[in-house]
Design a protein around this ligand. Sequence first.
Ligand SMILES: Cc1cc2nc3c(=O)[nH]c(=O)nc-3n(C[C@H](O)[C@H](O)[C@H](O)COP(=O)(O)O)c2cc1C
Length: 364
Amino acid sequence: MTTPPADAPASLLFTPLKLRSLTLNNRVVVSPMCMYSAQNGMANDFHLTHLGQFALGGAGLILTEATAVSPEGRISPEDLGLWTDEQIVPLGHITDFVHRHGSLIGVQLAHAGRKASTYAPWRGRGQVAPEAGGWGVIGPGGERFHETYPVPTAMTGDDIRRVVADFAAAARRALVAGFDAVELHAAHGYLLHQFLSPLSNTRTDEYGGSFENRTRLLLEVVRAVRSAWPMHLPLFVRVSATDWADGGWDLDQTVGLASRLRYEGVDVLDVSSGGLTTAQRITPGPLYQVPFAARVRAEVPDLLTMAVGMIETPQQAEGILQNGDADLVALGRPFLRDPHWPQRAAHALGAALPLPDMYARAGW
Ligand SMILES: Cc1cc2nc3c(=O)[nH]c(=O)nc-3n(C[C@H](O)[C@H](O)[C@H](O)COP(=O)(O)O)c2cc1C
């Protein structure tokens, strides 16, 4: 374990954070990442090894990949799911392992809407046809994401009520599986984001048109999940702060939504961007999404924010917290490159992060 020099500024990244009844050992979060490696939505040895390694690496909180609340809500046939009780047991092994090694774990609950029934990236994305195991997809309207994607069926009132109930049922299963947190995936052009954005939501009923109407489905899902998910455990929502496209969802609307989410008992807004339309124009670069988290944090008191996106170095992550731009920092690809990123970061920042007993002789 590293002992920081007496005059070193305390690392905020490695300062514990209380979230309802939980205490995160540090503010480094593993961002949700689809692995396209489940069968029938069931976690297996791959998921245990993959997620387990981040606990050994010292992450404060690990978020699972997008985990489907219904079979039709899967992005690909190989997504994780929590739509039946059978799926609880293998996820329970993972949460047990993570807890035994001092970390916490949340599940990202998701419905892909019109972006469902597609191939994993390394199989070429695009539609999985019904004869190849694909399925009929639903969305706010009948317009598809791209010509290589399935044409959705516009959701009926019954479809909407079923989706809300599916999210709540999946949250109840997540509790039984031992998860510490739930994150609702309302970003990257998936179903909840499809309702938020005027570019994908062309409905003329009470779920389309005005800001109030486009945010209605997400707020209904939040309410249903918040009542299924215990009050002593935190609820995260991931949003795309902007569609990066004219006439789309934008940062002003994100701020408006954030204040309502806080009122509904959401604890953390995980601030990502994009994914809704092929018309998006993004120039990604280091920390490019951080200003979105910073604005929400500045304008919505009491709602914590999580910054994500091209945050690579320990100094960048620490700087985000020191500047007051976010409360938590999520990393995706850096964790794929180095599952022990928090250990390396603690060393670089002169902070103390205990190694697992079994690894103690590695020292630093
Ligand atoms: C392989 C991979 C899979 C991803 N799957 C998801 C996902 O399931 N849910 C989600 O919200 N974001 C997903 N993302 C986005 C990441 O969570 C993260 O926001 C993005 O990679 C930017 O962070 P980074 O620059 O630290 O990688 C994925 C990213 C990668 C690289």
